[in-house]
Design a protein around this ligand. Sequence first.
Ligand code: HEM
Ligand code: NAG
Ligand code: NAG
Length: 543
Amino acid sequence: MTQDPSMTDLTAILFMLSAGFSLFTFLYSRRRSRSLGDLRGPASSSFWLGNEADIRYQNEVGDCEFMWMREYGSAWRRTGCLGTDRLMLADPKALKHILHSAGYHYSRTIDKAQFLRMATGNGIVVAEGQAHRRQRKVMNPAFSTHQIQSFLPLFHGTASKLVQKWKGVIAADPSGQPLVNVVGWFSRASLDIIGEAGFDFQFGSLDNLQNPLVIRSEKQIIDSTLYPSWYDLIFKETWKYIPGPLLEYVCHIPTREYRGFRSWLDNVRVFSRGLIKQSTDKGDGNDIMSVLLRANGSSNPKNKMTDDEMVDQIATFLSAGQGTTAKSLTWYFYAIAKHPEAQARIREEIALVRARAAGEEFTIAELDSMTYTLATLKESMRLDPIVWNFTRMANRDDILPLAFPITTKSGQQITSIPIKKGTPIDISPAVYNRLPDVWGEDANEWNPERFLDPLRGFKEASSNIGVFGSLMSFSTGTRGCIGWQFAVLEMQIIILALVENFEFSLPPQSEKTKIYRRPSRFMLPVPEGQEETWMGLHIKSLN
Ligand code: HEM
Ligand SMILES: *[C@@H]1O[C@H](CO)[C@@H](O)[C@H](O)[C@H]1NC(C)=O
Ligand SMILES: *[C@@H]1O[C@H](CO)[C@@H](O)[C@H](O)[C@H]1NC(C)=O
């Protein structure tokens, strides 16, 4: 990835500064006792980067983690940058403990929290402890089942608009079966939906009226998180030694990456303040922001959100709610293009429900009755979780209980892991979602049926963990995805509309069309040699 020359100089200076600092911290960290000493794990593969390089530079998400899982089970030790010990974790009981029972005794690691602050502002994703509890209290009602269901007409409307657009694309193609980059279309559909449902704003991006202020270029995310330079990894590793107030200034470093984040956030903030003023003046909106503002107005004074927090929730919805949904849909259509038998069965299920449906638009009860379709969505999110990695750090010494015992270096079987305060933990939805202990021996294979017969398909009792199909794809607990019902309903409706109207198939696989599960901030579909997300599928009209 190219950079303009002046930036290269700056990065070099930064690098030298951070290198000196790193050396110090490295020596310092070496002197501390190794807290995970007796756990097994891969040997460090690089002096400076530890196993960080194995994960960050892998071809596809899972290349190295799945190998480690086969060797060590559902918990192991690995080396991070500058020789730090890290715990990699996919054990359901331990995850439940960290994300659920232990409440706020685990927080994000300092570097990841700062990265999120730069990328999404100071909204709920970044808040910790009491501040998070307070914000979540104000926000929960805006994400209630009742509230989400009120967006049904919007989801239907956007889905049928997408159907019309694609019919146009097909009509314009002589083969009648064009190769369509579905990820771009899903991004636009989900942007229109989050705009209107989230804050009563019409982006109109399905109609091409893109709002340059708010659309964050996908390329920016890829640039800054896919295959980062080794000095960037080390620089970020040193953030945990920088005092909090000083660290905030990191976003003012004038490299292209940081400038990009800053200008996006500045623009969204101006836009958000305007929207909030409008919404407050109007007072009766049904969008999430209006509901939030009313909740803030009526809630206990202790549970209020500050104006700045409120403003940054819009950046939060845009970062947490749009690309995530679009990319999950993308992986879903990839899966059903690969599995035409599943696609046909979904179409049959839709036809059955359609035959006795009350109206043009499916109701919640009708959606719920399509159990096979729902099972395919779970199966796709199980195999391809776009949030494939996230981190936590213990805020005090603790003991992690395990559902599945592991064997230590000294040959002991242990059912819990003692954790020292400050130990960074890599949580891996990608690995948990494929644990043979949970999902059975066919954990690596596509088999939606497992969700129709939970007793056969996965061991519910030992691992009833996530909010959706016992998956970790939306995380779980105190700070699990607040928008998961929103996302599932939106995806269900888009899936139904598209599968009812079109047939999807993979193009002949070549260097140019083969998709990789790239380890970016999200798991992104990117072909070899490309720097942008792409998912080309052949689409044929069915009527
Ligand atoms: C398929 C789509 C989605 C997926 C896979 C997804 C996944 C996740 C995951 C894994 C987390 C936890 C991340 C962590 O702890 O680091 C999360 C948090 C969050 N998500 Fe989603 N999400 C999706 C859609 C949405 C939507 C549509 C919205 C909003 C409209 C949303 C809003 C949020 C927020 C605000 C948080 C932070 C919650 C907190 O910290 O309390 N997400 N999401
Ligand atoms: C939320 O309520 C507090 C306290 O009443 C108020 O100061 C603040 O401006 C409100 N936030 C918004 C965005 O209206
Ligand atoms: C997951 O990995 C990506 C790519 O290496 C990285 O940018 C991101 O920060 C990681 N996420 C977390 C929360 O560790």
